[in-house]
Design a protein around this ligand. Structure first.
Ligand code: PGA
Length: 254
């Protein structure tokens, strides 16, 4: 399976001209790179333009994704974006439960669960983000935190549906800090995630999981997370806004 490299642009860049520029540079730089699957998750407002660019580019290696979604299809939900709308712009993936949404916007596991179910019902792959905060790590609570995020996030989700969910281990303390999790530690946490899934579903399901690592990924460390720590890809924040660096990340992951 090709590694999956997901760019999470967060609330960047500041204008459409810059978004087009980053997107086009990445697209150009990756024209001959076929050994990784690349997903770009821009702010909602740039999706129509980038979708338009992509539809004119037949050999596209790049797919679009969203950074969030709402669980209802339509109606009186001011400020929200539905999965049906995202589908109109060919979004194949949606990031759900990012720590910035859990923390700043108070998103709960039960909201995350509804979003995952809705994404699955629209055939959009959810990327479920899980990870512990610094204090939780210091108190050796990683397993407990991940277990509750996974169990509550996946409430009433079947064995069959799990195959369409991508997991992202994103230790909160590593995000945007320039201080990624060590390869040994992230490898152990990847195994813990598999254990949690094996307990809830089965060993076979756990073995097939697609788990990404996220948190200060750069071109110089991406290979370790894939080759040594065994992740199936990475979720890249800050470095995905620098086309040159992002292209290197994709190349080095392959
Ligand atoms: P970072 O962000 O690569 O800037 O650490 C990762 C993320 O939040 O997904």
């Amino acid at each position: 399976m090709k590694p999956l490299i997901v760019a999470n642009w967060k609330m960047n860049p500041q204008n459409l001209a810059q978004a087009k520029q980053i997107f086009n540079s990445v697209k150009k730089g990756l024209e001959d790179v076929k050994s990784a699957e690349v997903v770009i998750c821009p702010p909602f407002i740039y999706l129509p333009t980038l979708f338009d660019f992509l539809s004119r580019w037949i050999k596209s290696q790049i797919k679009l994704g969203a950074q969030n979604c709402f669980w209802e299809e339509k109606g009186a939900y001011t400020g929200e974006i539905s999965l049906l709308m995202l589908k109109n712009f060919a979004c194949k993936y949606v990031i759900i439960g990012h720590s910035e949404r859990r923390g700043i916007l108070k998103e709960t596991n039960s909201m995350i669960n509804k979003k995952i179910k809705a994404a699955l019902s629209f055939g959009i792959k959810p990327i479920l983000c899980v990870g512990e905060k610094k204090e939780e790590k210091q108190k050796e609570k990683i397993f407990v935190v991940l277990k509750s995020q996974v169990e509550q996030g996946l409430r009433k989700i079947s064995k069959k549906e799990i195959e369409n969910i991508i997991f992202a281990y994103e230790p909160v303390w590593a995000i945007g800090s320039g201080n990624p999790c060590s390869l040994d530690e992230s490898h152990v946490v990847r195994l813990l995630l598999q254990k949690i899934i094996a307990q809830k579903y089965s060993r076979q399901v756990a073995q097939k999981l697609q788990i990404l690592y996220g948190g200060s990924v750069k071109s110089s460390n991406v290979n370790g997370f894939i080759k040594d720590a065994g992740f199936q890809g990475v979720l890249v924040g800050g470095a995905s806004l620098d086309p040159k660096e992002f292209i290197e990340i994709v190349k080095n992951a392959s």
